[in-house]
Design a binder for this molecule. Structure first.
Ligand code: NAG
Length: 357
């Protein structure tokens, strides 16, 4: 008996919750799984991840997939737009009014990057393709460390109907012509159809590129079908090649970072403490108690770049020290004092300066 009552209450509660949700419109933050104060980058990242998972092409057997994907698109469209988000925060989905574009942001977002839906292409090999376009994309080390979204404006020629006709579907065919009585000639000739004419009109399109943490120099980021159009076939791809800019403090090798620090001779001898500002502005604390010689190298595990395949794994930061010696000369007493203090034998070793000799 008690269990039935329990179940009833739960059921009632569910109905109430559903009713409240319908009244208040959809909870876009819950749909994207982000907090109310998430920044734009977090929203974009959440959308990108979920859109990949819930794309209807990947969930053909799930009748709910289409609706979930539309919810995602709507949530993204509102929360990624400052103005719409402000209205939504105040008045909910109702406040936004009807008749919004409702367009699928997926199409202008990331192209087809990393998805498996492009499988049609192999079967249609005879269809001509426009050329691929390869562009360099300059990216800072900061962006590669933390991730970022970059907007690229592309002027893309788009085919529009035009007056007249044009030759199309051209192919070679054998034609037999009679040259005279009893004389024929067979020859190959180009035969074409007449198609409605098109002209290419440049159109502006904003493409959004996600710089993912840990992406590597030279990595290719493709937008399927955003390359050169082809009048009789499909467009080529637009590809961005990540070009890592030089950084004034850090050098990257794989997932490891390298930096140099100059310390004073006093620091080198008595020890020191310092903070290095990292790429996302967090501080890396360095302290030495022992003597630091010129060329000494310190390894800070986990302070390198995030690994592209697994962002939770980070490389190491290697800090190489060099010592800034004071200039000038010491007095005789100072020299004596130092000799006593350091208690180091006078010693000179001659060796090959090009070590690989
Ligand atoms: C550190 O110094 C070495 C030697 O001068 C130089 O080759 C290297 O490029 C420097 N590294 C950075 C990150 O500046």
């Amino acid at each position: 008996m008690a269990t039935i009552v329990c179940w009833n209450t739960a059921f009632l509660l569910q109905i109430i919750i559903v009713a409240v949700q319908v009244l208040a419109g959809r909870d876009f933050y819950a749909i994207l799984g982000v907090s109310k104060n998430a920044n734009t980058n977090q929203i974009k990242r959440a959308y990108r991840k979920l859109a990949k998972e819930h794309h209807p092409d990947k969930n053909k057997n799930d009748p709910d997939a289409e609706r979930r994907f539309q919810d995602l698109g709507a949530a993204y469209e509102v929360l990624s737009d400052e103005e719409k988000r402000r209205v939504y925060d105040r008045h909910g989905e109702e406040g936004l009014g009807k008749g919004d574009t409702g367009g699928d942001p997926f199409s202008s977002f990331f192209g087809d990057f990393g998805f498996g839906f492009g499988g049609m292409r192999e079967q249609e090999q005879e269809i001509p393709r426009g050329g691929d376009v390869l562009m360099d994309l300059d990216v800072t080390l900061e962006e590669l460390y933390s991730g970022n979204f970059v907007e690229v404006v592309r002027y893309k020629p788009v085919a529009k109907p035009a007056r007249g006709t044009r030759k199309c579907n051209c192919r070679m065919e054998m034609v037999t012509t009679q040259l005279g009585p009893g004389r024929f000639q067979m020859s190959q000739q180009q035969v074409c159809d007449e198609c409605p004419n098109v002209k290419f009109v440049p159109e502006e399109k904003v493409l959004e590129i996600e710089i993912e943490p840990g992406m590597r120099d030279g990595q290719i980021y493709p937008f399927v079908a955003e390359g050169e159009p082809h009048v009789d076939g499909e467009p080529g791809d637009l590809k961005f090649k990540i070009k890592q800019s030089k950084h004034k403090m850090f050098e990257r090798r794989g997932d490891d970072l390298y930096t140099n620090v100059t310390i004073s001779l006093t620091d080198a001898l008595v020890g020191f403490e310092m903070n290095i500002e990292h790429l996302d502005k967090h501080k890396v604390h360095v302290s030495r108690d022992k003597i630091t010689w010129s060329g000494a190298r310190l390894r800070k595990a986990g302070e390198g770049m995030p690994n592209y395949e697994n962002n939770n794994v980070k490389g190491a930061l290697y800090i190489t020290f060099d010592v800034d010696f004071p200039k000038g000369a010491l007095t005789t007493e100072q020299k004596e004092g130092l000799r006593k203090l350091l208690d180091q034998e006078s010693k000179q070793t001659v060796y090959n300066g090009l070590q690989g000799f």
